[in-house]
Design a protein around this ligand. Structure first.
Ligand SMILES: Nc1ncnc2c1ncn2[C@@H]1O[C@H](COP(=O)(O)OP(=O)(O)OP(=O)(O)O)[C@@H](O)[C@H]1O
Length: 238
């Protein structure tokens, strides 16, 4: 367990949950189109990695394959040494955040965050403690009873991140998490994600079009081009 005094005050995350990711020789075709061409990638436990590259270069397809939302034609995905290629997203225990928030409109902020805990039949007392800790983390305690339509874009995206974190995922995958937001909110959330990751170092992979965003948030950058990894940059070693 790690104790996170800073943003969280009392938020406790089971560190045993955090995993490394090994992408082994992954290929994916859509018809005759080669979306991913023999991708090999090692993502260390606790790292924060950005996938960048032109539109259509295969970033989201790889993220979806790591999550288990898409099946590869070839290759394997390993989470901390376990072959998860044929496991569902639930079995992989992965947190996934989409660009367009994908919150449930008929559920409140509180209920959205609790959703993953409810379908796992978590004890109501533990569920309540965890949701309240996450509300504190995203600084939306006062808006717990609002519905998504009553929130700003940045607030909605923070709820989406809290919802993904609620199940204590082994890895967190973010597909253009701030893409739909204006530049000011985007910058705030970048800093927030960096801080969050330094407090709770869940292995995190995020897709972005924006090289500047990748440089300010990530500690490693993977550049995609036409379904291949063109370049790997470990920013910690620069
Ligand atoms: N389900 C699908 N059926 C057919 N083609 C697809 C499918 N999903 C993705 N593709 C194609 O595969 C290629 C890679 O798509 P992907 O979404 O991975 O790119 P990306 O790098 O994430 O792009 P963007 O930055 O625009 O989101 C694109 O040419 C896309 O049109």
């Amino acid at each position: 367990m790690i104790f996170c005094p800073h943003i969280f005050n009392i938020y406790i995350y089971n560190i045993k949950n955090i995993m490394s990711i090994l992408v082994e020789n992954i290929s994916k075709n859509f018809g005759n189109f080669k979306a991913l061409d023999h991708i090999n990638l090692e993502i260390k436990t606790g790292s924060l990695v950005a996938l960048v590259g032109a539109s259509g270069s295969g970033k989201s397809t790889l993220l979806r394959i790591i999550a288990g939302l898409e099946k590869p034609d070839q290759g394997r995905i390993w989470l901390s040494g376990r072959n998860t290629t044929f496991l569902s997203i639930q079995e992989r225990k992965i947190g996934y955040v989409f660009q367009n928030y994908a919150l449930f409109k008929h559920l409140t902020v509180y209920e959205n965050i609790a959703f993953g805990l409810d379908i796992r039949n978590i004890n109501p007392l533990i569920r309540d403690i965890r949701v309240r800790q996450l509300l504190e983390l995203i600084q939306l305690e006062k808006l717990a009873n609002r519905f998504p339509t009553q929130l700003s874009g940045g607030q909605r995206q923070r709820v989406a991140l809290a919802r993904a974190l609620a199940i204590e995922p082994k890895v967190l995958l973010l597909d253009e998490p701030f893409g739909a937001l204006d530049i000011k909110v985007r910058k705030e959330l970048r800093n927030w994600l960096r801080r969050l990751h330094s407090e709770v170092p869940v292995t995190t992979v995020f897709v972005t079009h924006d090289h500047n965003e990748a440089l300010t948030v990530a500690n490693e950058i993977v550049v995609f081009k036409s379904g291949r990894v063109e370049e790997l940059n470990d920013l910690a070693s620069l």
